[in-house]
Design a protein around this ligand. Sequence first.
Ligand code: NAD
Length: 490
Amino acid sequence: MAVATGREYGLFIDGESAEPASGELRDLTEPATGEPLARAAMAGEQDVDRAVDAAQAALSGAWGKTPPNERSRLLHALADAIVANRKELAELEARNVGKAISSVKAELAVAVDHYRFFASAIASIAGRSNPVGGSLLFYSQKEPVGVCGQIVPWNYPFMMSTWKVAPALAAGCAIVLKPDPQTPLTALRLAELAVEVGLPPGVLNVVPGDGPTTGSYLVKHPGVDKVAFTGSTKTGGEIMRLCSEPIKRLTLELGGKSPNLLFADADLADAIPSSVWSIYYSAGQSCEARSRLLVEQSIYDDVVAQFAGHAGSLKVGDPLDPETQVGSLISTSHRDRVHGFVERGREEGAEVVTGGEAGDGKGAFYRPTVLAKVDNAMEVAQEEIFGPVVTVIPFADERDAVRIANESKYGLFATVWTGDPARGHRLARQIKSGMIGINTPYTAFPGIPFGGYKQSGFGRELGLETLELYLETKSVLVSTGAKPYNPFGL
Ligand code: NAD
């Protein structure tokens, strides 16, 4: 189904499209063209109240009694519905975010796998029993943590929603999901599909709205038991502060400045094009983009030249063209922010080898950019640029490489390219990040825990560990009556 331009999208509350109390409909533009795309309702406090009420009612009603095998069936049915509607979802996402449709199709395929993984992972939800002694019997049971406020950013609206929605539904929670106000469309469609396949009303509610108002109201809402946030480290800190007073459960997936270590003994024919992909896919707007390319000094000039050659030949343009490799950025204001980093990097002494300028057309395009002669202390090496900009930093030896890799406030991901397997494992121990790839650029797979060290956040997505973050453990202690346990001997 082709996406109709100009459609109006409501909020999604209690199983149906809902008008916002304020009546606000915001114009959304296509970042790649600057043309109008759709109008979307924006939620305010009263709408969040309605959504939280609906989620609580679902939990205390039918959803709270839905057995695990039925939750599993629903997750598979939702995966099937995403497959059946993949063309519409892909076009909607590509046009709303501006990203290349080839990337979006891959993201949708992985999202389907995530729903299927958590549909199966439900079987792992279990308590335990172990001997306590005397007449006492102990067992534990798992319970859904309750209503989850989930907040996701604009860079992968469908995928980030999936990473949060799938484990929460598997655990039996109810959800109020707040997408970024610029990119609410596929999350709203996801909620529609969920109800179409039989998810009870109120289990998944979607309330697009502004972060500092609607988002923080959702975080603080007394009816929300757990907050799961993906976004910038700065906002993550603010959300942590809001959660501290009511001691609200919280997981944070935050920013990154991930290193990509290239040793002279690596297979450069694989490592260089793979490294090009690992920064420029999604136009560099990925939390785990390998934005710091650390290169052994002896091959530095050669790698910079080859890397820049590949970067300069990437096809940048129309997100809906299947040949496009790099689409537009999310907005012209974000493009200008990215360019500001590049300009300041140039002033600090970095050399712009390729790129460093806006692309053609009135959309938010920015050419894949290579900054060489970068010192790890420069702003461009320390701050998350969140655009198609790689900083290339030389290192002397393995020890120096580890030092530079770890000199960052972030610790989300690292990739190591080496022909020495033992070195790969050594570095996996020494680099402080939640994930390491050795001789592969890929990052996120169903079942493999994804998340950060340091200011990249805490908690993990995509793995069995994630389910635990949506569950409470209740310990039950029972007297079997055989011989009462009487510690005071009374
Ligand atoms: P952001 O922090 O500005 O916004 C993210 C979300 O939080 C949006 O929905 C926004 O409306 C909301 N928000 C903003 N202020 C809020 C507040 N005070 N209270 C509650 N909600 C608020 O981030 P962004 O610029 O939209 O997204 C990019 C960031 O997300 C990058 O830093 C990127 O690294 C990070 N990210 C991390 C991961 C991961 O898994 N670690 C994945 C994707 C993106």
